[in-house]
Design a protein around this ligand. Sequence first.
Ligand SMILES: [Fe+2]
Length: 169
Amino acid sequence: MTGLVGSGPAPVTPGGYTSYGSQCQLQRISPTFAALEYYLAPHLKRFTADLALDLKDRTLTMTDCWVNIMPKGVVHSLHLHPVSTLGGTYYFQVPAGSSGLKFEDPRLDRFMAAPARKSGAPAALRPWHTVPAKVGQVVLFESWLRHEVPPNPASGERTSVSFNFNNWF
Ligand SMILES: [Fe+2]
């Protein structure tokens, strides 16, 4: 894959590709991506229940959907998903050893004089948490939670589709 570089709020380094800056509503032009909203519905239902989100009888609607292709060495830098309620990623090609999705504790800028955590600290106490990328897996998150994909060390293309859901329609 030759390099097109995304220019949206979630930049991918040269050599990678994201359709965020050019075609970020694939669900509107492709039945394949439109079907993703249908298949994600039960996952969203369970996720929003776990979070006790009060959606005020509004339905979460897929507002954005884009593709990401990350060959070896490519980075998806730290970002959040503005103007969105929930974000997520579905992985459909993950070479062995690919980078996971790394989330940042949103309290990080307030950890004044806080000592580092021990290397064996429970996951819930660590400032970062990485969810491994697995083919066929969906990862959902609240859109205010910053995240990144560290440099992909794997040979081959780590390929995913990301999306946003909103509840104000
Ligand atoms: Fe993202």
